[in-house]
Design a protein around this ligand. Sequence first.
Ligand code: GTP
Length: 235
Amino acid sequence: MQYKRILLKLSGEALMGDRQYGIDPKRLAEYAKEIKEVVEKGIEVAIVIGGGNIFRGVAGAANGMDRVQGDHMGMLATCINGLALQSALEDADVKTRLQTALEIKEVAEPYIKRKAIRHLEKGRVVIFGAGTGNPYFTTDTAAVLRAIEIDADAILKGTRVNGIYNADPEKDKNAVKFETITFKEVIEKGLKVMDMTAFTLSEENNLPIIVFDMNTNGNLLKLVSGEKIGTIVDS
Ligand code: GTP
């Protein structure tokens, strides 16, 4: 196996499947199956999930809502997704723990780094909810932060596209995919992988980012097994 401990970043939007809003149970079950496959190989898996399928603080602010208020709503949305993912994983007989950056003790454990690492060592999937617990930060930043804290080997960003291209592959049919790219090249070429806070945090801590298509069955397992799936951003 290429990686021992991974931080998987999933977008909230991906949970919608073909819907316009909310959670598609079919997509959720598919993700649980993909995650189970890698857990069964002995990979330690931590997950950060976005909340955009329910609420985005930035979108709220664009409509006149106070940004902090909107971001708090977004953080709660990630907790809803975390609970849904936890439930789907447990339906698939995968042991999980949900830890949240905002305390909602009756619902989930508070985030404690050392406890999260123990859970991982015991083979439990740890889902981190509520982002970083602070407004103005994205769940990509939360994913990088948690990945560094738990000493993950890499951050695996599951998306709809199968890597990083020199142009938007959904708009430009001549777009070319990079197999590997450096942090420096991403910045020079003005490519969008993550927001700059998340990206520079990853670069400063030598944490590789792998962008891959999470919606193709078997991709996650192939990736952790060392197959060249997606694009690797590394120093
Ligand atoms: P080990 O100590 O490694 O065995 O971990 P553990 O998670 O099994 O032990 P613990 O006694 O901490 O937790 C038992 C159960 O309670 C687990 O399902 C935890 O997720 C849950 N749990 C622990 N702390 C909290 C909390 O603060 N809030 C909520 N809602 N659940 C918690």
